[in-house]
Design a protein around this ligand. Structure first.
Ligand code: GDP
Length: 457
């Protein structure tokens, strides 16, 4: 991305619509706009900034539409550069001709997310804010939308700024010690400093912990449905998806492929992988399915372990159960076919898997119970507390690192090291919390973030 060029793109979605918006940003944005837009009542150079004016839109010297133009000077634009926004009717050809007119006027086509990239470069947005924008655009649930709106709107950035400010205050107190070690100049006694740091450590750690919920709501949890054949895995997938996705048959071993589906359950988004029945098999096609199923279990964060509650535990059930226990997976045991007389040893299952839900997938029963279980597992109740919730792995890792660095500083102080030793760890913690300053962020992270954007944002 070259920030010296003036860029243009259609910011509204491609397709027919009442209105479309073409955005132009850069040093020449106003000149480009003047080449394609003529206000009806005033000369172009008398346009009041940030106020829409009505006028004619031209393409190669001919009027092709009338619409609105708004000019945003660099000081008050999204990108931090001069920006012009042209609204025209939302015809597909019409919109592309207006864009073409902007390119004829000297602009170049914007890359994905380039407007936001420029906003980031010009300090109009922090990285956490920029990162939340694609989530806001892509949100499929109200919770995800609210979370990303909080982050894009700067609530998280404010919280980080507060943590940084309190940490900086402690660091400056240690500087007084470093500069004048023999004089009693520090504003904070060691016990006071330790108390403040304990609080900061706890707050950064608990903010990092909130990612467990943030991830479940925003990214979704990789989940797999496992169990021996015929226990009702496909029926469970259908129950969760609300439609006939998997093939349900009476014959054991018929679900041979791993089906993938993104489904909301409770307030959590599950990225569910249904699996072929896990068992030892002579059949080569089935063997391939089973090998893949084992991979999917290894890859999943959450496993729905489906058991047939109407029959006693089999050796295969036991083998799979111990595999899940040894792998340390988060497991919800699903006691399916609970409409039939129960013959499974429920106590044994509950002893192995404390989270157990009874379902009758075939009869459409058990989804609410499963949803409640998943909500509890991912602590979605905190979504209603109004506090900030981390929604990216990057910020979570930065907060964890900060918390560890603060813990090191606390240990140094407790072990009687001088404050300058503690200050080194605190400087590291501050650097981690300063992730929002672009210059310290690696290019590949930036690239990764902007690859998720659409053109025109
Ligand atoms: P999978 O092989 O584990 O995917 O199992 P399926 O979903 O294909 O189901 C196997 C058989 O069990 C089918 O005949 C289903 O109709 C039946 N089944 C599934 N769920 C239930 C249930 O909750 N109750 C009863 N009675 N039968 C079920």
């Amino acid at each position: 991305m070259h920030t010296d060029k003036t860029i243009a793109a259609v910011s509204t979605a491609y397709g027919r619509g009442g209105v479309a918006l073409i955005r132009i940003s850069g040093k020449e944005a106003f000149a480009v706009a003047s080449s394609l837009f003529t206000p009806k009542k005033i000369p172009f150079d008398k346009i009041t900034p940030r106020r829409a004016v009505f006028g004619d839109i031209c393409h190669q010297g001919r009027i092709i539409d009338s619409g609105l133009l708004t000019l945003f000077p660099a000081s008050s634009s999204y990108t931090g550069e001069d920006t012009a926004e042209v609204s025209c009717h939302g015809g597909m050809l019409l919109t592309s001709l207006v864009l073409e007119a902007a390119l004829d006027g000297g602009a170049v086509l914007a890359d994905k997310g380039e407007f936001t990239f420029r906003a980031l470069m010009n300090g109009r947005l922090s990285l956490s804010q920029a990162e939340a924008i694609p989530d806001l655009i892509d949100a499929q649930s109200v919770d995800k939308l609210r979370l990303s709106a909080d982050n894009a709107g700067g609530a998280m950035e404010k919280r980080l700024a507060d943590l940084r400010q309190r940490l900086t205050a402690v660091i400056s107190s240690t500087y007084a010690f470093i500069d004048y070690p023999d004089e009693d100049l520090t504003e904070l006694s060691v016990p006071d400093m330790t108390a403040i740091l304990e609080e900061l450590k706890q707050q950064t750690a608990s903010l990092a912990d909130s990612y467990r919920t943030g991830r479940a709501v925003c990214e979704g949890i990789k989940c797999t449905i496992a169990g021996r054949p015929n226990t009702g895995k496909s029926s469970l997938l259908n129950l969760l998806c609300g439609e006939e996705k998997a093939i349900v048959t009476d014959e054991a071993g018929t679900t041979r492929d791993v089906l993938e589906e993104t489904v909301p359950l409770g307030r959590v988004l599950l990225r569910i992988r249904d699996t072929a029945g896990i068992r030892e098999s002579d059949n080569r096609i089935e063997q391939a399915g089973i090998a893949r199923a084992m991979d999917k279990i290894a890859d999943a964060s959450l496993v729905f372990f489906v058991l047939d509650a109407s029959s006693p535990l089999t050796e295969e059930d036991e083998r799979l159960a111990s595999l899940l226990v040894t792998q340390g997976k988060e497991v919800i045991a699903v006691l399916n076919k609970s409409d039939l007389p129960g013959r499974i040893d429920k106590d044994r299952i509950r002893a192995l898997f404390p989270r157990t839900v009874e379902t009758a997938a075939k009869n459409g029963r058990g989804k609410e119970e499963l949803a409640a279980c998943v909500d509890e597992l991912y602590n979605t109740a905190i979504l209603d507390d109004g506090g900030e919730i981390v929604s990216t792995a990057r910020l979570c890792a930065a907060l964890r690192q900060a918390s560890e660095d603060i813990a090191q500083a606390i240990s140094a102080l407790k072990e009687g090291f001088t404050q300058d030793i503690a200050a080194l760890s605190l400087e590291n913690a501050l650097a981690s919390l300063t992730d929002s300053t672009l210059r310290e962020t690696a290019d590949d992270i930036i690239q990764d973030i902007f690859s998720r954007f659409c053109i025109g944002k």
